[in-house]
Design a protein around this ligand. Structure first.
Ligand code: ADP
Ligand code: MG
Length: 255
């Protein structure tokens, strides 16, 4: 697979909320954020503040109540194969093999026959070439998440939206998948927007970390992580940034 042309993402004074029994629950408040094509941005913030909502707006699964969300300068009006969301739960179809799961996107677009080599390549990219015939219940948590990532990659996303994709994995699997994500991002060249609750993960992966307040989410801090890959978690620059982020999150901790 050749690399993709990444797409930039812009939230322009976006506010959003949900109607709960006739009352509006405010979730995002005047969020403005500019993400460059090919950039890797991590979103951090307290549980329930609105991070997943922001990803759903980028995916086109919701439309903002105020302001605008734009991809490549064009207002987002619905979902599209160039912007793909990967969830915390792998959400594979349990009745389909790994390969048939990866084939879902091309199949829905009527491109299955033409995309067989792409399906092979996507499975290879995530190290599952030997597991195409396996069913989801036969996979470990890490393999299931890899399959979900392959199912996204086969569509050649120009923007990959990752909603705590490693959140439920054990720590060793998590470390391996963090490396995989960076490799895939470097190989494929997509723009990446990652929600995580793990400060260290944000600092290991992202070019920029954006910190949100409790709901309704406002941006309270943005910092650039100007370090080359591969990064080391004991890098003094990252440790200093970690201390700063934890302080901003109001978490008192000895580092
Ligand atoms: P986060 O991902 O930061 O944990 P979410 O964006 O999932 O936060 O949710 C933000 C708030 O919006 C929460 O209070 C949640 O209960 C509420 N919420 C999320 N989705 C919906 C929905 N579809 N309908 C009503 N409320 C929702
Ligand atoms: Mg969430």
């Amino acid at each position: 697979m050749s690399a993709v042309t990444p797409v930039g993402l812009r939230f322009d004074h976006v506010s959003h909320g949900y109607d709960i029994g006739g009352a509006l629950l405010p979730v995002l408040e005047d969020v403005s954020l500019d993400i460059a094509p090919g950039e890797f941005v991590a979103l951090l913030g307290p549980s329930g503040c609105g991070k997943s909502t922001l990803l759903r707006l980028a995916a086109g699964l919701e439309l903002p109540r105020a302001g605008e969300a734009l991809a490549g300068g064009v207002p987002i009006t619905g979902p599209g194969p160039e912007r793909i969301l990967v969830f915390q739960e792998a959400t594979l179809f349990p009745w389909r093999t790994v390969r048939r799961n990866v084939e879902a996107g091309p199949e829905a677009r009527g491109e299955l026959a033409a995309k067989q080599a792409r399906v092979d390549e996507a499975l290879r990219l995530v190290g599952l070439e030997a597991f195409g015939a396996a069913f989801p219940h036969q996979l470990s948590g890490g393999m299931a998440q890899r399959a979900a990532i392959a199912r996204a990659l086969v569509n050649d996303p120009r923007l990959l939206l990752l909603d705590e994709p490693l959140g439920k994995l054990d720590s060793l699997t998590r470390l391996n998948l963090q490396k995989d994500l960076i490799r895939l991002w470097q190989d494929r060249g997509f723009t990446a927007l990652l929600v995580t609750h793990d400060v260290e993960e944000a600092l290991l992966l992202a070019d920029r970390v954006v910190l949100f307040s409790p709901r309704p989410a406002r941006i309270i801090e943005e910092l650039r992580v100007d370090r080359p890959h591969p990064r080391r978690r004991d890098d003094p620059v990252l440790i200093a940034l970690r201390t700063r982020l934890l302080a901003s999150l109001g978490v008192l901790e000895d580092v």
